[in-house]
Write a new protein. Structure first.
Length: 134
């Protein structure tokens, strides 16, 4: 677990940096520590263009989902999926968030897209995602 000195050093490093790769790394560290607000604040510094749009929105989505903000998580997961539609692991995560948020049709749509993209992977995750249907 991160101590307050390390936390402050990382926050300072993020504050002074415009290196998107470094900002993603620091925010991922905060995410893994359960420091969601810090992670989101760092991720907001990353612009919406280019190669980091997927990672930024994926990480913000994870933080929001962990905080119970399903609407926000689904929105950011959607941006991430549009930026990288081949990141198959995000389909069941997004579908589960939809099911938890009572958006059954949207969740089913995502799982059908996944089934078309990779039937084998779909079979492994379909039961887990469906578990979140109310």
């Amino acid at each position: 677990i991160m101590d307050s000195k390390n936390k402050q050093e990382l926050l300072q490093k993020a504050k002074n940096s415009t290196d998107n790769g470094l900002l993603i790394q620091i925010s991922a560290t905060f995410l893994s520590e359960g420091l969601f607000e810090e992670a989101k604040n760092i991720l907001k510094k990353i612009d919406e263009s280019g190669e980091y749009i997927f990672q930024k929105n994926y990480c913000i989505g994870l933080a929001l989902k962990a905080e119970g903000n399903l609407d926000g998580a689904i929105k950011h997961f959607g941006v991430a999926l549009r930026a990288n539609p081949d990141y198959l692991q995000l389909y069941p995560i997004t579908a589960a968030a939809c099911f938890q948020n009572n958006m059954i049709e949207e969740g089913d749509k995502l799982m059908n897209i996944l089934k078309d993209k990779d039937h084998y992977f779909f079979q492994h995750v379909a039961g887990i995602a469906a578990h979140y249907k109310k």
